[in-house]
Design a protein around this ligand. Structure first.
Ligand SMILES: C[S@@+](CC[C@H](N)C(=O)[O-])C[C@H]1O[C@@H](n2cnc3c(N)ncnc32)[C@H](O)[C@@H]1O
Length: 261
Protein backbone atom coordinates (compact mmCIF):
# COMPACT_ATOMS: atom_id res chain seq x y z
CA UNK A 1 0.00 0.00 0.00
CA UNK A 2 1.35 3.47 -0.97
CA UNK A 3 2.12 5.50 2.17
CA UNK A 4 -0.18 8.45 1.39
CA UNK A 5 -3.04 6.07 0.54
CA UNK A 6 -2.28 4.16 3.75
CA UNK A 7 -2.23 7.35 5.79
CA UNK A 8 -5.55 8.50 4.35
CA UNK A 9 -7.11 5.14 5.20
CA UNK A 10 -5.66 5.32 8.71
CA UNK A 11 -7.16 8.78 9.20
CA UNK A 12 -10.53 7.61 7.86
CA UNK A 13 -10.44 4.57 10.17
CA UNK A 14 -9.61 6.55 13.31
CA UNK A 15 -12.43 9.00 12.51
CA UNK A 16 -14.83 6.10 11.84
CA UNK A 17 -14.26 4.70 15.37
CA UNK A 18 -14.41 8.13 16.97
CA UNK A 19 -17.82 8.59 15.33
CA UNK A 20 -18.94 5.21 16.71
CA UNK A 21 -17.76 6.30 20.17
CA UNK A 22 -19.84 9.49 19.90
CA UNK A 23 -22.83 7.30 19.01
CA UNK A 24 -22.30 5.44 22.30
CA UNK A 25 -20.44 2.31 21.13
CA UNK A 26 -17.54 1.22 23.32
CA UNK A 27 -16.79 -2.32 22.23
CA UNK A 28 -15.09 -2.55 18.86
CA UNK A 29 -14.30 -6.25 18.67
CA UNK A 30 -16.48 -9.31 18.24
CA UNK A 31 -17.00 -11.92 20.92
CA UNK A 32 -17.07 -9.52 23.89
CA UNK A 33 -15.25 -10.60 27.04
CA UNK A 34 -15.35 -14.22 25.91
CA UNK A 35 -12.79 -13.50 23.17
CA UNK A 36 -10.81 -11.18 25.47
CA UNK A 37 -10.49 -14.04 27.96
CA UNK A 38 -9.30 -16.37 25.20
CA UNK A 39 -6.64 -13.87 24.19
CA UNK A 40 -5.59 -13.42 27.85
CA UNK A 41 -5.26 -17.20 28.17
CA UNK A 42 -3.21 -17.33 24.96
CA UNK A 43 -0.54 -15.02 26.45
CA UNK A 44 -0.69 -16.73 29.88
CA UNK A 45 -1.90 -13.57 31.61
CA UNK A 46 -1.98 -13.85 35.40
CA UNK A 47 -2.40 -11.60 38.42
CA UNK A 48 0.06 -8.72 38.26
CA UNK A 49 1.09 -9.29 34.62
CA UNK A 50 2.21 -6.14 32.82
CA UNK A 51 0.41 -5.98 29.48
CA UNK A 52 0.48 -3.71 26.46
CA UNK A 53 -2.89 -3.40 24.67
CA UNK A 54 -2.25 -2.08 21.18
CA UNK A 55 -5.03 -0.02 19.52
CA UNK A 56 -6.86 0.01 22.84
CA UNK A 57 -9.88 2.00 21.61
CA UNK A 58 -12.32 2.97 24.35
CA UNK A 59 -10.34 0.93 26.90
CA UNK A 60 -12.76 -2.00 26.96
CA UNK A 61 -10.08 -4.73 26.89
CA UNK A 62 -7.55 -2.99 29.15
CA UNK A 63 -10.14 -2.20 31.84
CA UNK A 64 -11.53 -5.74 31.76
CA UNK A 65 -8.07 -7.29 32.18
CA UNK A 66 -7.27 -4.98 35.08
CA UNK A 67 -10.56 -5.79 36.81
CA UNK A 68 -10.49 -9.53 36.20
CA UNK A 69 -6.76 -10.30 36.61
CA UNK A 70 -5.45 -7.24 38.46
CA UNK A 71 -3.12 -6.92 35.49
CA UNK A 72 -1.17 -3.71 35.02
CA UNK A 73 -2.20 -2.55 31.56
CA UNK A 74 -0.99 0.16 29.22
CA UNK A 75 -3.40 0.93 26.39
CA UNK A 76 -1.99 2.58 23.27
CA UNK A 77 -4.09 4.20 20.55
CA UNK A 78 -3.73 6.79 17.81
CA UNK A 79 -6.95 8.59 18.69
CA UNK A 80 -6.70 11.27 21.35
CA UNK A 81 -10.48 11.09 21.83
CA UNK A 82 -10.24 7.35 22.55
CA UNK A 83 -7.32 7.84 24.93
CA UNK A 84 -9.14 10.60 26.85
CA UNK A 85 -12.35 8.59 27.00
CA UNK A 86 -10.54 5.44 28.19
CA UNK A 87 -8.59 7.41 30.82
CA UNK A 88 -11.83 8.88 32.15
CA UNK A 89 -13.36 5.40 32.35
CA UNK A 90 -10.31 4.13 34.29
CA UNK A 91 -10.64 7.02 36.77
CA UNK A 92 -14.39 6.44 37.18
CA UNK A 93 -13.69 2.78 37.98
CA UNK A 94 -10.86 3.66 40.38
CA UNK A 95 -8.43 1.76 38.17
CA UNK A 96 -6.10 4.64 37.29
CA UNK A 97 -3.15 3.15 39.14
CA UNK A 98 -3.43 -0.15 37.25
CA UNK A 99 -4.44 1.08 33.79
CA UNK A 100 -3.02 3.98 31.80
CA UNK A 101 -3.62 5.05 28.23
CA UNK A 102 -1.16 6.69 25.91
CA UNK A 103 -1.66 8.28 22.50
CA UNK A 104 0.56 7.20 19.62
CA UNK A 105 0.99 5.33 16.37
CA UNK A 106 1.74 1.60 16.57
CA UNK A 107 4.23 2.03 13.75
CA UNK A 108 6.48 3.96 16.18
CA UNK A 109 6.08 2.67 19.70
CA UNK A 110 7.69 4.61 22.55
CA UNK A 111 8.12 1.85 25.16
CA UNK A 112 11.28 0.40 26.68
CA UNK A 113 12.64 -2.86 25.25
CA UNK A 114 11.40 -5.94 27.13
CA UNK A 115 9.17 -3.88 29.45
CA UNK A 116 5.98 -5.97 29.16
CA UNK A 117 5.06 -9.55 30.02
CA UNK A 118 2.89 -9.68 26.89
CA UNK A 119 1.48 -7.52 24.12
CA UNK A 120 -1.99 -8.02 22.71
CA UNK A 121 -4.30 -6.36 20.21
CA UNK A 122 -7.96 -7.04 19.57
CA UNK A 123 -9.48 -6.64 16.13
CA UNK A 124 -6.95 -4.13 14.80
CA UNK A 125 -4.02 -5.80 12.98
CA UNK A 126 -5.93 -5.73 9.68
CA UNK A 127 -6.09 -1.92 9.99
CA UNK A 128 -2.36 -1.28 10.13
CA UNK A 129 -0.32 -0.09 7.13
CA UNK A 130 2.77 -2.15 7.92
CA UNK A 131 1.65 -5.20 9.84
CA UNK A 132 5.09 -6.84 10.06
CA UNK A 133 6.57 -3.65 11.51
CA UNK A 134 3.77 -3.45 14.08
CA UNK A 135 4.23 -7.05 15.25
CA UNK A 136 8.01 -6.46 15.37
CA UNK A 137 7.41 -3.32 17.47
CA UNK A 138 5.14 -5.28 19.82
CA UNK A 139 7.74 -8.06 20.13
CA UNK A 140 10.52 -5.60 20.99
CA UNK A 141 8.76 -4.31 24.07
CA UNK A 142 7.92 -7.81 25.38
CA UNK A 143 10.33 -9.91 27.48
CA UNK A 144 12.17 -12.71 25.74
CA UNK A 145 10.28 -16.02 25.98
CA UNK A 146 6.93 -14.22 26.42
CA UNK A 147 4.10 -13.79 23.92
CA UNK A 148 2.62 -11.39 21.41
CA UNK A 149 -0.96 -12.30 20.46
CA UNK A 150 -3.71 -10.71 18.43
CA UNK A 151 -7.29 -11.59 17.65
CA UNK A 152 -8.56 -10.39 14.31
CA UNK A 153 -10.94 -10.84 11.42
CA UNK A 154 -9.64 -13.33 8.83
CA UNK A 155 -10.74 -13.65 5.22
CA UNK A 156 -11.89 -17.01 3.92
CA UNK A 157 -12.41 -16.03 0.30
CA UNK A 158 -12.28 -13.11 -2.12
CA UNK A 159 -14.77 -10.28 -1.73
CA UNK A 160 -15.92 -8.25 -4.77
CA UNK A 161 -13.26 -5.65 -5.62
CA UNK A 162 -15.97 -2.95 -5.62
CA UNK A 163 -16.29 -3.54 -1.86
CA UNK A 164 -12.66 -2.67 -1.15
CA UNK A 165 -13.88 0.69 0.14
CA UNK A 166 -12.55 2.82 3.02
CA UNK A 167 -15.74 1.99 4.93
CA UNK A 168 -15.26 -1.78 4.72
CA UNK A 169 -11.55 -1.34 5.39
CA UNK A 170 -12.38 0.54 8.61
CA UNK A 171 -14.83 -2.23 9.56
CA UNK A 172 -11.92 -4.74 9.43
CA UNK A 173 -13.37 -6.51 6.39
CA UNK A 174 -11.56 -5.18 3.29
CA UNK A 175 -8.12 -5.46 4.93
CA UNK A 176 -8.66 -8.91 6.47
CA UNK A 177 -6.20 -11.61 5.38
CA UNK A 178 -6.33 -15.40 5.42
CA UNK A 179 -5.22 -17.07 8.68
CA UNK A 180 -2.06 -18.48 7.08
CA UNK A 181 -0.99 -15.03 5.81
CA UNK A 182 -1.60 -13.49 9.22
CA UNK A 183 0.58 -16.21 10.78
CA UNK A 184 3.25 -15.40 8.15
CA UNK A 185 3.28 -11.79 9.42
CA UNK A 186 4.32 -13.11 12.85
CA UNK A 187 7.03 -15.29 11.28
CA UNK A 188 8.37 -12.37 9.21
CA UNK A 189 8.46 -10.27 12.38
CA UNK A 190 10.81 -12.90 13.86
CA UNK A 191 8.50 -14.61 16.35
CA UNK A 192 8.89 -18.30 17.25
CA UNK A 193 6.32 -21.08 17.71
CA UNK A 194 3.72 -19.12 15.80
CA UNK A 195 0.24 -20.57 16.07
CA UNK A 196 -3.16 -19.50 14.85
CA UNK A 197 -6.64 -20.89 15.26
CA UNK A 198 -10.07 -19.85 14.14
CA UNK A 199 -12.55 -19.03 16.89
CA UNK A 200 -15.55 -18.90 14.60
CA UNK A 201 -15.83 -22.46 13.33
CA UNK A 202 -18.49 -23.27 15.96
CA UNK A 203 -22.07 -22.37 14.97
CA UNK A 204 -22.79 -21.22 18.55
CA UNK A 205 -19.87 -18.86 18.49
CA UNK A 206 -20.60 -15.27 19.67
CA UNK A 207 -19.24 -13.95 16.32
CA UNK A 208 -22.57 -14.91 14.77
CA UNK A 209 -24.27 -12.33 17.01
CA UNK A 210 -21.91 -9.59 15.78
CA UNK A 211 -22.71 -10.09 12.13
CA UNK A 212 -25.81 -7.82 12.10
CA UNK A 213 -23.62 -4.81 13.06
CA UNK A 214 -21.30 -5.50 10.13
CA UNK A 215 -24.24 -6.37 7.89
CA UNK A 216 -25.42 -2.71 7.87
CA UNK A 217 -21.99 -1.52 6.78
CA UNK A 218 -21.78 -4.16 4.02
CA UNK A 219 -25.21 -3.08 2.75
CA UNK A 220 -24.03 0.57 2.83
CA UNK A 221 -20.89 -0.36 0.88
CA UNK A 222 -22.99 -2.21 -1.76
CA UNK A 223 -25.31 0.79 -2.08
CA UNK A 224 -22.38 3.25 -2.36
CA UNK A 225 -20.83 1.10 -5.10
CA UNK A 226 -24.15 1.03 -7.00
CA UNK A 227 -24.58 4.78 -6.59
CA UNK A 228 -21.07 5.34 -7.93
CA UNK A 229 -21.90 3.11 -10.90
CA UNK A 230 -19.13 0.58 -10.14
CA UNK A 231 -21.44 -2.27 -9.09
CA UNK A 232 -24.40 -3.62 -11.00
CA UNK A 233 -27.73 -2.44 -9.54
CA UNK A 234 -29.68 -5.14 -7.68
CA UNK A 235 -32.91 -5.10 -5.73
CA UNK A 236 -32.85 -4.84 -1.92
CA UNK A 237 -33.61 -8.52 -1.29
CA UNK A 238 -30.79 -9.68 -3.58
CA UNK A 239 -28.34 -7.29 -1.86
CA UNK A 240 -29.57 -8.52 1.49
CA UNK A 241 -28.85 -12.13 0.47
CA UNK A 242 -25.41 -11.21 -0.88
CA UNK A 243 -24.47 -9.29 2.27
CA UNK A 244 -25.46 -12.17 4.56
CA UNK A 245 -23.67 -14.70 2.39
CA UNK A 246 -20.54 -12.57 2.24
CA UNK A 247 -20.33 -12.19 6.01
CA UNK A 248 -21.06 -15.76 6.94
CA UNK A 249 -18.97 -17.42 4.22
CA UNK A 250 -16.04 -15.09 3.55
CA UNK A 251 -14.99 -14.04 7.03
CA UNK A 252 -14.07 -15.53 10.37
CA UNK A 253 -12.26 -14.46 13.52
CA UNK A 254 -9.01 -15.93 14.83
CA UNK A 255 -6.27 -15.74 17.45
CA UNK A 256 -2.65 -15.66 16.27
CA UNK A 257 0.32 -15.70 18.63
CA UNK A 258 4.08 -16.11 18.72
CA UNK A 259 6.90 -16.21 21.25
CA UNK A 260 9.54 -13.47 21.45
CA UNK A 261 12.98 -15.06 20.87
C1 LIG B 1 -11.50 -1.84 15.66
S1 LIG B 1 -10.98 -0.65 16.84
C2 LIG B 1 -10.46 -1.79 18.12
C3 LIG B 1 -10.39 -1.16 19.47
C4 LIG B 1 -10.17 -2.12 20.65
N1 LIG B 1 -9.01 -2.94 20.45
C5 LIG B 1 -11.39 -2.99 20.84
O1 LIG B 1 -11.27 -4.19 20.60
O2 LIG B 1 -12.46 -2.49 21.24
C6 LIG B 1 -9.47 -0.07 16.13
C7 LIG B 1 -8.69 0.94 16.96
O3 LIG B 1 -7.41 1.09 16.32
C8 LIG B 1 -6.95 2.42 16.50
N2 LIG B 1 -5.90 2.63 15.49
C9 LIG B 1 -6.01 2.59 14.15
N3 LIG B 1 -4.80 2.80 13.57
C10 LIG B 1 -3.91 2.94 14.59
C11 LIG B 1 -2.50 3.17 14.64
N4 LIG B 1 -1.78 3.28 13.53
N5 LIG B 1 -1.90 3.25 15.85
C12 LIG B 1 -2.63 3.14 17.00
N6 LIG B 1 -3.97 2.92 17.01
C13 LIG B 1 -4.60 2.83 15.82
C14 LIG B 1 -8.24 3.22 16.30
O4 LIG B 1 -8.12 4.52 16.84
C15 LIG B 1 -9.27 2.34 17.03
O5 LIG B 1 -9.40 2.73 18.37
Amino acid sequence: METSEGEELQEFTVKYYEDQLIKGMENFHPGGVDYTEKLAKEVGLCEGSRILDVASGSGETALYLAMKFKAEVVGFDLSEKMVNHATERACNLGLQTLVTFKKGDVHKMPFERGFFDAAISECSLCLFRDKVQVIRNMAQVVKSGHKVAVSDVISKGEIPKELHTPLLYACCLAGAQPLKETMDIFLKAGLKDVRGYELTADINDPWKQELPVLYNEVMNAFKDAIRLGVYEAKDESELDRLAEQLLSEKFGYAIISGIVP
